[in-house]
Design a protein around this ligand. Structure first.
Ligand code: PGA
Length: 229
């Protein structure tokens, strides 16, 4: 199983160091086949050591240059970062990343050999239209994306389940994951209000290869409970 912690705009450099120190101790008991990823905010990137992979939540698709407020390849290489989240719904919806921009970012980081956790997810009004509409909507988010890329991990995150405390149902997750896997044969994570209370149920669903966790990952104790579940 894959357990990925997305801090979003939470934690500082100091608190990330403390978090990792606390997590490292817990991870001694981790199953060797399970993989842990941590995506801290870019100001907290550093050369951490432990049984996990540090990734970037976002970066601009260029080595360096005149892109005010962004970080690029050069800044990631300083900390040996070779993993990135692309296509998260918060970047698509709140930060205006079009499918075209997302695809350009994907191609750039693919060319540079990054492991990519590529996020897709539907809004509530599409979910309410039914399974077929959901799949159609999700598959459109693969436009311009090389789904055969060997370092691709996909995360299915229904937007209405993110940060709301209301996870998708077992039925919704399994139907969607099975349908997605017919088209994209890559590890497939579920994200959206995954937490210690529902982790066992989620990871036992067929077609779920792990979870991408926001709110419940912010506390090392809570996240480690999920990893060790
Ligand atoms: P959540 O966020 O766990 O707080 O719902 C998940 C995500 O956005 O990756």
């Amino acid at each position: 199983m894959i357990f990925a912690a997305n801090f979003k705009m939470n934690h500082t450099r100091k608190s990330t160091h403390e978090y990792i120190e606390a997590l490292n101790e817990k991870l001694l008991a981790k199953h060797p086949d399970d993989k842990v990823y941590i995506f801290p905010p870019s100001t907290a990137l550093d050369g951490y050591e432990g049984n996990f992979t540090i990734g970037a939540q976002n970066a601009y698709p260029a080595k360096n240059g005149a892109y005010t407020g962004e970080i690029g390849l050069e800044q990631l290489e300083e900390f040996d970062i070779g993993t990135i989240l692309i296509g998260h719904s918060e970047r698509r919806e709140l930060l205006g990343e079009s499918q075209e921009k997302v695809a350009r970012k994907f191609s750039f980081f693919k060319e540079h050999g990054f492991e990519i956790i590529y996020c897709i997810g539907e809004p509530l009004h599409i979910r309410e239209e039914g399974d077929e509409e959901v799949i159609e909507y999700l598959l459109a988010q693969f436009e311009g994306i090389d789904t055969s890329y060997e370092k691709l991990i996909v995360a299915y995150e229904p937007i209405w389940a993110i940060g709301t405390g209301r996870s998708a149902t077992t039925e919704e997750i399994s139907t969607t994951h099975e349908a997605l896997k017919r088209t994209v044969q890559k590890p497939l994570l579920y994200g959206g209000s995954a937490k210690p209370a529902n982790i066992k149920e989620i990871i036992s669903i067929r077609g779920v290869d792990g979870v991408l966790v926001g709110s419940a990952s912010l506390d090392a104790e809570s996240f480690s409970k999920m990893v060790l579940s």
